[in-house]
Design a protein around this ligand. Sequence first.
Ligand code: AMP
Length: 216
Amino acid sequence: MRIVLLGAPGSGKGTQSQRLVASHGIPQISTGDLLREAVAKSTPLGRAAKAAMDAGKLVDDATVLGMIRERLAAADTAGGFILDGFPRNIAQAQALEGLLADLGRPLDAVVLLDLDLKVLFKRLTGRRTCRDCGRVFNVFTAPPGTPPHCERCDDMPNLTQRPDDQEDVIGKRLEVYEAQTKPLVDHYRNAGLLRVVQADADTDTVFRRIEAAVAA
Ligand code: AMP
């Protein structure tokens, strides 16, 4: 299964990708995670990407495409993959098509996680990550204590907020989504690949909807 999970920041792409990883045994390729890892390790790529990320803007296409090209060449993607947060604009989508055509591995589907802007804003401001196990909680919808969690998860001071989840940056990220990423909805609809999933429900329900949409 080779799919793209498309959706605004906070629509649940990361959470649902992890569910798909568990049920299909294929890797999640999250450009956001790869970039955050590069920033944390302070690699040249991470240092170059940090300013754009902190401002809620897109990192330049060449950097992101280089990362994706390298990741898709890894052996664990042979059985499929879940692209999470990539592509983010039309140029990236076109580059991805070329790359996958060269590999002889075209996309099977693009799943849009559709959610109201107001809900997105609340989800993003409430998001917190456990410093120890990396599990993501939400102070409004999935507070600490919601299983599964490690011993440190329930300790609020041990939970961190992503720098780009601050309110002022969230506004910018949603703006960038509307202007640059949303045109991909029509792009993939025209290509006959788009499946729309209503993401305004609990994690299990949304997961079942995704599975049904991909199988359809
Ligand atoms: P995410 O975790 O997907 O919300 O991504 C966090 C940040 O990483 C975004 O706000 C961008 O600054 C950057 N980023 C992630 N994926 C991409 C991409 N495909 N193209 C450009 N920038 C990206």
